[in-house]
Write a protein that binds this ligand. Structure first.
Ligand SMILES: *Cc1c(COP(=O)(O)O)cnc(C)c1O
Length: 467
């Protein structure tokens, strides 16, 4: 929004009117920021006033399917398209239903961090990752070298995006960190041409983790941002911005929309981010997610469908309670599998003898919980993996023997789902990359849902006993 006196009195009138609305919205945001996590998840920015004044009194945020917005006259059209007043104008650029989701996510991601945040919702998690990294991968001089440093334990689609699209096709030097928990490995790989650091944690499926604060501090000492995919944690268990992370990614398709009816993604940034990349637009540094939304996103077109946005918003409301339940269920199943004679390794951050347990324990906590002595309770999410004894054929036999658990390349569901990553999500990257990322064909990824965990245990046990 700018005060530009070169606009006609008619346009100025709309700018003045918008200022009042913006002030009202800001006041309401300030009120919501004082609320607890569950309250924010349930209401977001959709107030009684908003319902009565703008939405026919609808208790639930309305689904705006219209592809575009109409204006009262040419002055309002001009003010809107010059971004002088808040507007949605066209669903590729913005949409009121998506707006409510964006603000709920921005407030939840910033919850308890002391930081202001902004959020941009996209059509998928991959679109969010692409939208987050691309603005940092601009060559500012002909032939200028550039690289980024990322943990190798990333979602299969992310691995393909980085290794094929960025490295092979666009000539970006992608530097892989094999042990993200080892800060020295990060230090070795950064140099003055590094544009950002990237981590997914807990990673899918290996459960890799890093010292979030140490990696953020390292990034900032080089003047670059730290981008963090926290899909498997959700803001209910980890808000990386609290430890210095600049941009947080979620695939909304997973635990945030655990009901499983929609695809979506989001990127949420702290205000401001750290970066050395020169960009004249003031929002680039000050409110990166808004910058993405107003400019590159408008031009590249990764907008979410408002239908998907409403599904995500509706599933988000009880996120904290669901992540608590799913995590406890998963923990019980993991503990059972750890003692099973047919299983030689269980990867779950919650197991005390898992090698990254003590590191994860510092970060993975159920928001607004109480362990009885003023601290928060540790919860580690609902994704785990286990490795079946013997040749890969054994893992396939166990997998094929599941009776209730769904075989699907899916996770974060209210229903338990399992896959064999080596022949599905991590197939395309090839054996060598799977070895570096530690994804052997004996590994079954299991994401435990909301069923009674004893029934999940019965199913995995009978499948293992078929060996
Ligand atoms: C699924 C997933 C993605 C990609 O999200 P989509 O919504 O499928 O595009 C990215 N990161 C992680 C950790 C994921 O599990």
């Amino acid at each position: 929004m700018t005060d530009d006196t070169s606009y006609s009195p008619g346009v100025q009138k709309y700018i003045e009117e918008a200022k009042k609305n913006i002030a009202r919205q800001e006041a309401h945001r300030a009120v919501m920021k004082t609320k607890k996590f569950d309250t924010i998840a349930v209401h977001g920015l959709y107030s009684v006033e908003e319902a009565l004044n703008n939405n026919q009194g609808a208790v639930i945020e309305p689904l705006y399917l219209s592809a575009s917005q109409a204006y009262r006259d040419s002055d309002e059209l001009e003010a809107a398209l010059a971004y002088l007043i808040p507007t949605w104008c066209y669903t590729r650029i913005a949409n009121p239903s998506t707006y409510y989701l964006e603000w709920a996510l921005a407030l939840l991601e910033g919850y308890g961090t002391g930081c202001d945040t902004s959020c941009c919702v996209t059509a998928s998690g991959m679109a969010a990752i692409t939208s987050a990294v691309d603005p940092f991968l601009i060559r500012q001089k002909e032939g200028e070298p550039m690289n980024f440093v990322t943990s190798v334990q990333v979602y299969g689609g992310t691995y393909q995006l980085f290794s094929i699209r960025k490295m092979a096709e666009q000539g970006v030097d992608v530097r892989w960190v094999a042990q993200p928990e080892n800060i020295d490995e990060w230090k070795e790989k950064i140099d003055e041409n590094t544009r950002f650091l990237y981590v997914e944690a807990p990673s899918n499926p290996q459960q890799s983790f890093c010292d979030v604060k140490a990696v953020a501090d390292l990034a900032h000492s080089w003047g670059i941002p730290f981008i963090f995919d926290a899909t498997c944690a959700t803001p209910a268990l980890l808000r990386p911005i609290a430890y210095g992370v600049d941009i947080v990614i979620h695939s909304l398709t997973k635990s945030i929309t655990s009901g499983g009816l929609a695809i979506g993604g989001c990127l949420t940034s702290r205000k401001p981010i750290v970066t050395k990349v020169k960009n004249d637009h003031p929002l680039f540094k000050e409110s990166f997610a808004e910058y993405v939304k107003f400019l590159p996103y408008r031009d590249t077109g990764p907008a979410a469908s408002p239908v998907n946005a409403i599904y995500a918003l509706n599933d988000l409301r009880l996120l904290r309670i669901k992540m608590d339940l799913f995590s406890r269920n998963c923990h019980k199943v993991a503990a059972f599998l750890q003692n099973h004679s047919r299983v030689y390794q269980v990867d779950y951050l919650g197991l005390p003898d898992f090698h990254l347990h003590s590191l994860a324990k510092r970060y993975m906590k159920l928001v607004d919980s109480n362990d009885g002595s003023g601290g928060e309770v540790n919860r580690y999410g609902h994704l785990m993996s286990f490795r079946v004894d013997g040749p890969p054929a054994n893992a396939r036999k166990v997998f094929d023997g599941f009776e209730m658990i769904f075989r699907a390349t899916d996770l974060g569901r209210i229903k338990s789902v399992a896959t064999i990553p080596a022949i599905s999500t991590h197939l395309q990257q090839g054996e060598e990359a799977r070895n570096i990322a530690d994804v052997p064909p004996q590994l079954i990824r299991l994401c435990v849902g909301g069923e009674d965990p004893d029934d999940v245990i019965t199913d995995v046990d009978q499948a293992l006993n078929k060996l």
